[in-house]
Design a protein around this ligand. Structure first.
Ligand SMILES: [Zn+2]
Length: 84
């Protein structure tokens, strides 16, 4: 599940959702740049619903494809074993 940092005080948000560590790194940089190292009142790290175009979504899709190939390979081997 990707995360995105959002600062409501500045009406700013992290342009690309990433993992939790990326969102926290973005938050730290934003605090330095925009707030002199202080933590603004209205900031949050939000979970971004898994969509088709974010990094994690693609990762899950390729994992599912690999799993499907592995299952097909096992089924194929099983069918050959039964055939003999
Ligand atoms: Zn801010």
């Amino acid at each position: 599940m990707p995360y995105r940092y959002r600062c409501h005080d500045c009406r700013a948000e992290q342009p690309e959702a990433g993992d939790r560590a990326e969102a926290e790194a973005f938050r730290d940089r934003h605090r330095q740049w925009a707030h002199g190292g202080l933590a603004p009142d209205n900031e949050q790290i939000e979970r971004v619903p898994a969509g088709g175009r974010d990094h994690d979504g693609r990762y899950v899709s390729s994992s599912a494809a690999l799993l499907l190939l592995a299952v097909l390979a096992v089924v194929s081997l099983g069918a050959r074993a039964l055939g003999h």
